[in-house]
Write a protein that binds this ligand. Sequence first.
Ligand SMILES: Cc1ncc(COP(=O)(O)O)c(C=O)c1O
Length: 385
Amino acid sequence: MTRKDAFGNKSIKVPFFNPYISKQDKIAVNNALNSTLLTDGPTLQEFENKFSAFTKSKYGIGVSNATSALHLSLKSLGIGKGDEVIVPDMTFVATANSVLLSGATPVLADIDDDMNLSVESIERSLTKKTRAIIPVHFAGKVCNIKKMKKIATSKGLALIEDCAHAIGAKLDNQHVGTFGDVGCFSFYPTKNITTLEGGMIITKSKKIAEYVKALRNHGITKSLLQRYSKGVPWDYDIVEPGYNYRLDEVRAALGISQLKQIKKLNMLRKKAFEYYNQKLSDERGILFPKLAKHEEHAYHLYIIRIQKEYGVSRDKLFKKLLSLGIRTSVHYKPLHKFTILKKQGKIIDTIKNTENIYDEIISLPLYPLITSKEQDYVIEGIINH
Ligand SMILES: Cc1ncc(COP(=O)(O)O)c(C=O)c1O
């Protein structure tokens, strides 16, 4: 069972993650490398069209990663200096970094037991300066998005869905990312599909789509194709300084190929997720993730909670599993613990639930091609303590 570990540890038997790159993905990348237009071209457009068709959204705009997607979304909604944006305290730092990059202040709110942003905590964190909410569909589980939408609508706030964990997740058959003003996706290597680095914004607003398309490309309002097919290529205007947040043609080709496999990939994740749930459900002191009928989970992370009755702390379990050659992790260290957010973030509500949950959580290896033998080894390591 021993395999090469990405970080050079020879004793690793079960990695935390193993990327899924198929033969057809490699062919797609190779073909794209033979193109003469390697960025800002038709393959990106095709990927955008296919991703928006997949999520049933009107527009898809490919960008360099989900952090740039979040940053551009905030800018497109006019959020900046003096504004407050509510984010969960429990998320990857990019959710809050994008707020800081826009010049606004992230307000860190508490989570519910399912690890998603709490509606009650949002309500307690609202001030006169609140301009937006960025919920995360955490670990692939759909958050309480309909209630958040109600709050956003009634208070005139923007709603930006951080869907980095949730490619393919749905609520009542509607894809995440289509409830709010914008949805932001990540195609980082551990995500449900990958372009290596990459991201996508989806929206129903033409205005947002056009703004974001220009800003991802230095503020230039025309694509390369437009500039070279009509008139002269240097004839364009810039009305606002933009960024280079482009997604190139090779990554877009990989995205198209990966997207063709999303159903299979999510199904494999689901199988592994349910296998853990079934095998760990009788273990005292372990809380495992619950699934709801009207939701389609994206099965991005498998996180259990180690409680007192288990008899061993989370940190000790982490060390024990590592000594057995099993890599695990914690998603995440809460944002309020980072120096930058202590300085530039804000907490209005209490964040008790985040604190309690943080001490208990551990993420187990989960990837499409994890074998039941590997899972059994992880489960044995958890049960025999
Ligand atoms: C919840 C969340 N938001 C945003 C991001 C940022 O994604 P990217 O690495 O594509 O910028 C991540 C990345 O892991 C994430 O987990």
